[in-house]
Design a protein around this ligand. Structure first.
Ligand code: 13P
Ligand code: SF4
Length: 311
């Protein structure tokens, strides 16, 4: 990156010249969220990718989000500022093992969280995000046998609110699993009027003490609508950027991690993307996401099915 460059202006110029769209997840740093054409949750990112007329999609998020965009738009160039932006949850579900699990349960509908590799999606019947998981699970008649992967916390939560008994893959996200129940309870004492709002990837005890549980977009919407003035936010703290922008008069307290010596309520993968890398990625049109053609053809079906059901 040349010295003295105004990154915001340079990124803006490149995006216009190249007819590129910048899509960012709520867990990106504030500067990336501010420059993005669209900021959203995993479902919104897939929906925008599916309908964009841009030639290039820059997905400021993690690898599986770029893959999902590429699966939906195989003829477009899809870039992610840092290809090392992986996901511990997607990594907790290797495709060969998941395919074997699916094979062992041939009479089950296979539901996969969007936080999975393209190869896992290729052996899936319907993809879900945390925004539409309940709706999609309930779109199947009661009694339907189902597999849900990879997030055991989200799966348990959906089972508990729908009364279903889906078979769960034993995976988890390292960021959401480490929120400390004890520290959240301490914070509740310190801020008795605050509401605890939680992402369903968190463990059950944290979910149980929460006033509201939802996807990043649902949590944001909730903070806008709620009459409360203080919120303890149990998800990756990047989303607080947009919460503060939408409700500057309200107070947002990031839920603390178990280990208070680290910033582990920030996703180290998400935070690999920077403005400098975003600039370079637009300028040099790399790193690019590629998905094997056979895998793409299979994986697009469960993603399209999700988009149809959640329209
Ligand atoms: P949502 O934004 O869809 O709630 O996803 C959360 C997440 O962990 C993405 O990696
Ligand atoms: Fe994956 Fe968790 Fe990071 Fe989301 S927060 S990208 S689920 S590791």
């Amino acid at each position: 990156v040349p010295k003295d460059i105004n990154l915001k202006e340079a990124i803006d110029k490149l995006r216009k010249e190249k007819n590129a769209v910048i899509l960012a997840h709520y867990y990106q740093t504030g500067d990336i969220q501010d420059i993005a054409d669209y900021v959203g949750d995993s479902l919104a990112l897939a929906q925008w990718a599916a309908k964009t007329t841009a030639d290039i999609i820059v997905l400021c998020g993690v690898h599986f989000m770029g893959e999902t965009a590429k699966i939906l738009c195989p003829d477009k160039k899809v870039l992610v500022p840092d290809l090392n932006a992986g996901c511990s949850l997607a990594d907790s579900c290797p495709a060969p093992e998941f395919a074997e699990f699916v094979k062992q349960h041939p009479d089950h509908v296979v539901i996969s969280y969007v936080n999975t590799t393209a190869a896992v999606k290729a052996v899936t019947d319907v993809v879900v995000t945390s925004t539409n998981a309940r709706q999609i699970v309930e779109s199947f008649p009661e009694g339907t046998k189902m597999i849900f992967g990879p997030d055991r916390n989200l799966g348990n939560y959906i089972n508990s609110i729908t009364g279903r008994n889906m078979l769960l893959w034993d995976g988890a996200c390292h960021v959401h699993e480490q929120f400390s129940l004890e520290k959240i309870l301490d914070l509740k004492k310190q801020y008795p009027d605050a509401e605890v709002i939680t992402h369903p990837e968190c463990k059950q005890p944290v979910i149980q003490v929460s006033d509201f549980v939802g996807s990043t977009a649902a949590l944001l919407k909730y903070t806008i609508k709620s009459e409360k003035k203080q919120f303890i936010v149990a998800t990756e703290s990047g989303v607080i950027h947009e919460m503060r922008k939408k409700s500057p008069e309200k107070e947002f307290i990031p839920a603390p991690p178990n280990d208070s010596t680290c910033a582990c309520n920030e996703c180290n993968f998400m935070r690999l993307n920077t403005m400098e890398k975003l600039y370079n990625c637009l300028k040099y049109e790399m790193p690019e996401i590629f998905v094997d053609e056979e895998v793409q053809k299979k994986a697009i079906k469960p993603i399209r099915k999700m988009l149809e059901i959640s329209e």
